[in-house]
Design a protein around this ligand. Structure first.
Ligand code: ATP
Ligand code: ATP
Length: 185
């Protein structure tokens, strides 16, 4: 019975997109890059329970530039007043931004190929506008070509995103996809 459930889950997965399974932006635990990694911040991070934390510029939660990994904090003393920015820039965790309409199967392929399992999710129209119509073509059948296109479409160069600010709507991880697969009725 559970095998059947997974099979049904897999079929359901093909109909869904990132927006259907992502964590809403209002529930995403993020930090400003200006924040000082003092005892209070460290406690908040550890209380959040997350291992990867989006880092935004100033007080603009739409300008997520980096990821902070909890493991990056292992060697930092609690009282040397280092900022999130310093740690995030030092570790250079790249950040992928995907479109909310990206099919889940496509994101799964990307997670499978890539070395990362978390992405920020942007509002559909914003990413399209940003890439001047150069957007994912779902009818393309070659797996490689599709993946290459996705990578191209979802990499956001920092300078360009200054000109066309995007609206972030969520965060998605591999776990959101596997959960969808396993808990489907
Ligand atoms: P790990 O399991 O590798 O320790 P994690 O528990 O931090 O990582 P995941 O297991 O990948 O995160 O995801 C669990 C859920 O938490 C998913 O629904 C995901 O969308 C959500 N999530 C992950 N990181 C954050 C974050 N920084 N803020 C809010 N939600 C998050
Ligand atoms: P997990 O297996 O818990 O989901 P992960 O695979 O996302 O973790 P790590 O295994 O700790 O992350 O890191 C692998 C490499 O992938 C790191 O060098 C990191 O910089 C990179 N990476 C992580 N997240 C992303 C992302 N969203 N976009 C691009 N590269 C990333």
């Amino acid at each position: 019975l559970s095998t059947l459930k997974i099979a049904i889950g897999a079929m359901e997965l093909t109909k869904k997109c990132v927006r259907d399974v992502m964590t809403d932006i209002d529930d995403v635990f993020m930090l400003s890059e200006d924040r000082v990694l003092n005892a209070e911040t460290m406690t908040r991070i550890s209380d959040s329970g997350y291992t990867r934390i989006p880092v935004y510029e100033g007080n603009n939660r739409n300008k997520v530039k980096n990821l902070l990994y909890v493991s990056d904090l292992a060697l930092i003393g609690k009282d040397n007043n280092i900022t999130v920015k310093a740690v995030a820039r030092f570790n250079k965790r790249r950040l992928r931004i995907v479109d909310e309409t990206m099919p889940l199967t496509a994101l799964m392929d990307e997670f499978k190929m890539g070395d990362y399992h978390l992405a920020m999710v942007a509002k559909a129209t914003d990413v399209k506008k940003h890439h001047h119509g150069k957007f994912v073509d779902d009818t393309m059948d070659s797996f490689i070509m599709k993946s290459m296109k996705l990578v191209e479409a979802t990499m956001l160069p920092h300078d360009a995103s200054e000109e066309h600010p995007i609206t972030l709507v969520g965060l998605v991880t591999l776990e959101d996809i596997t959960e969808e697969l396993l808990q489907s009725e």
